[in-house]
Design a protein around this ligand. Structure first.
Ligand code: PAF
Length: 284
């Protein structure tokens, strides 16, 4: 596996792969890789002859009071895991390579509407940071295919919109969330949880499953959301949002909508976790 830290080197390496007719698949990450990321790399092998993983803790998507400095940076362990997974190229640039003139002067890619609700309210500017860095990474790697985990469902919808609006010739693949046996979605932020918090955190997914059963049994959206918040609070979560939405627009679901997603974010102690679940209702 080639470890590349500079743009020029990345471009010339990928140009030679492209000239040899190889298809490129990319898995963008912020590192601290867990088996969910490795699952993305394994999936990427099905779509590309060359699999590029990027590791970049993107300062632009962290708010002032968020965990940018504390965010775990584990490049050597990540490198070993990616090499073992058969990744072809690891691109791990320093901040100065991606934002050579700092963040103040950086052109911002902003995706309206789908960025504005849910995490967009709790984390102002977050999705501008994501869309900006992902568009830069897409321009640098010029992949045929890009894979993202669906745990970050709203992020995936933001990137989908951006790819369509900015005419990136890239196929996007959303990969199912990988979970611990308790149901807890794999996330780098799980590392912040104490063993007791981790056990209680599994209730987030259980609550999503219960909500789906209730919705499919005909319970009203308001009632389902309210009951879920109570359930989360019972185990010590502080819910940020818990919202039954249309699966494409992410607008609050209307009674006639049948393709839904429940989006949830909640604090367990000082750790903010997100998760989601798709729900199909038989059309009425
Ligand atoms: O999901 C992530 O890890 C990040 O938001 C991403 C897509 C790599 C952009 O920094």
């Amino acid at each position: 596996m080639d470890l590349v830290t500079h743009i020029n080197e990345l471009r010339s390496l990928l140009n030679s792969h492209r000239q040899a007719g190889r298809r490129i698949a990319v898995v963008p990450t912020m590192g601290n890789l867990h088996s969910g990321h490795i699952h993305l790399v394994n999936e990427a092998h099905r779509h590309g002859d060359v699999v590029v993983c990027t590791i970049f803790v993107n300062p632009m998507q962290f708010g002032k009071n968020e965990d940018l400095d504390a965010y775990p940076r584990t490049l050597e362990q990540d490198r070993q895991k990616l090499a073992a997974a058969g990744c072809t190229v690891l691109f791990a640039p320093p901040v100065s390579e991606i934002y050579p003139d700092g963040l103040e002067q950086q052109t911002v890619v902003s995706v309206p509407k789908v960025s504005e609700r849910h995490c967009g309210i709790s984390r102002p500017g977050h999705f501008d940071g994501v869309a900006t860095v992902v568009s830069k990474l897409f321009n640098l790697v010029q992949p045929d295919t890009a894979l993202f985990g669906l745990k970050d469902y709203q992020q995936f919808m933001v990137i989908t919109r951006m790819v369509a609006d900015l005419c990136f010739p890239i196929k996007l693949i959303g990969v199912e969330t990988q979970r611990e046996s308790s149901g807890l979605a794999l996330s780098s932020r799980n590392g912040y949880l104490t063993p007791d918090e981790k056990q209680r955190a599994a209730v987030l997914y259980q609550t999503l499953l219960e909500s789906r059963v209730r919705l499919q049994a005909g319970d009203s959206i308001d009632r389902v959301e309210a009951m879920a918040r109570v359930r989360l609070e019972q185990v010590g979560f502080q819910p940020d949002y818990y919202s039954v939405c249309d699966a494409l627009s992410l607008e609050p679901a209307q009674p006639h909508d049948s393709d839904l997603v429940i989006l949830a974010a909640a604090w367990m102690g000082t750790t903010r976790l997100i998760d989601n679940l798709r729900v199909q209702l038989s059309s009425h």
